[in-house]
Design a protein around this ligand. Structure first.
Ligand code: COA
Length: 351
């Protein structure tokens, strides 16, 4: 039986550290509030116009490729998960292909738009392609440059203090050793509350149809297609979040999808060597740990240093846990994520 293994892993974090005290100067917030509600002490921000989601993803991917012991020319497919792409389109998959100079094979590049669950969704897509024998080296990247899309006024404080920039990447390969690799993935979605954690402008739902009069639509006083002047004037161009609904749903769905993965493989929480939860909020992770009956050394938390890096958070945490020697061959690793959509998922990996 063919299984998918993580052959190489890496992450990249921009150098600039932004402590809570820096945000205190920009908006009505406090280090005490942020730490108490989220556990976050600091986050990283990329350098505007020099770094982008794509360049950060490329730096993480270079490490993963090197550690997999392959050449970039060996990559058969690129999957790129992000909610903060360089462009509205095309996606970061093709941009990272160009950035890394791996266009020779004209290998496919696909973008995954599943926000905080993007990496787990991507892992599942890669696993399917590898187990069917279609591709041998799949590069999966999760990267975000949130700092370019946040509202640094008081109005955006509930969202802005949470998010940070960074990237993580893995190279996935087939293995004939059926005792190793991805044991299963479990994906879910429920769009009922799509707008409760969303970045809805720019988008065609509120845009302006050029040629309005010819089509008989009511005339509008402002122009543009996806982004209208009115959206800009109202500063209705930032992410919004119903924090309490997200929190309540996350603490239900995380344990549910972790248990689903364990049950599918006839395993117990005590079998988990390392749970890598999406770093949404330290309080959410602590709640999940408690409800699963896990010890402190079974759960990886780094949100204190990096904030929530959305699609990058799981691969950064996994890479860090592996680099620090806390994940070794044969260990059972559980990845779990929840986020905007809502979408959520888990993966069990025998390292
Ligand atoms: C965002 C979150 C930390 C807010 O914590 P909370 O306890 O729910 O706080 P509330 O939203 O009820 O707000 C409480 C008060 O703090 C204020 N507040 C919000 N953000 C603030 C900030 N950055 N600094 C100071 N005060 C803030 C609110 O305005 C509110 O004030 P009020 O009582 O005068 O109206 C919390 O809801 C959360 O973590 N939710 C999940 C978020 C998440 O994980 N998102 C990513 C999902 S992938």
């Amino acid at each position: 039986m063919i299984r998918t293994v993580i052959a190489g892993i890496g992450h990249y974090l921009p150098e600039r550290v932004v402590p809570n005290s820096e945000l205190e100067k920009l908006m009505d917030t406090s280090d005490a509030w942020i730490q108490e509600r989220t556990g976050i002490k600091e986050r990283r921000y990329g350098v505007p116009h020099k770094e982008t989601t794509t360049t950060m993803g490329a730096r993480a991917a270079e490490k993963a490729i090197e550690r997999a012991g392959i050449n970039k020319e060996d990559v058969d497919m690129i999957l790129f998960a992000t909610l903060s792409p360089d462009y509205f389109f095309p996606g970061c998959g093709v941009l990272v292909q160009r950035e890394m100079g791996i266009t020779h094979k004209e290998a496919p590049a696909m973008d995954i738009r599943n926000q905080c669950s993007g990496f787990v969704y991507g892992l599942s897509v890669a696993d399917a392609f590898i187990r069917t024998g279609q591709y041998k080296n799949v590069l999966l990247i999760g990267a975000e440059m949130h700092s370019m899309g946040l509202d640094f006024s008081d109005r955006g404080r509930n969202v802005t203090v949470i998010f940070g920039d960074g990237a993580g990447a893995v190279v996935l390969q087939p293995s004939a050793d059926s005792g190793r690799g991805i044991l299963s993935t479990h994906l879910h979605a429920d769009g009922t509350h799509a707008e409760e954690l969303a970045f809805i402008n720019p988008g065609c739902h509120g845009g302006y149809h050029l040629g309005t009069e010819q089509f008989g639509y009511p005339q509008q006083e402002y122009g543009g297609i996806f982004l209208t002047e009115k959206m800009w004037q109202d500063q209705n161009i930032f992410p919004n979040m119903n924090g309490q609904l997200v929190f309540k749903t996350a603490v239900t769905k995380f344990p549910e999808v972790i248990r689903e993965a364990l049950q599918a493989n006839a395993l117990n929480p005590s079998d988990i060597r390392m749970l890598i939860p999406h770093q949404a909020n330290l309080r959410i992770s602590q709640f999940v740990q408690k409800s699963m009956g896990l010890r402190d050394d079974q759960v990886w938390n780094n949100i204190q240093k990096y904030g929530n890096t959305t699609a990058a958070s799981v691969p950064i945490a996994l890479s860090e846990a592996w680099e620090s020697g806390n994940i070794e061959k044969g260990d059972l690793v559980c990845l779990a994520a929840f986020g905007s959509g809502f979408t959520w998922g888990s993966a069990l990996i025998r390292w």
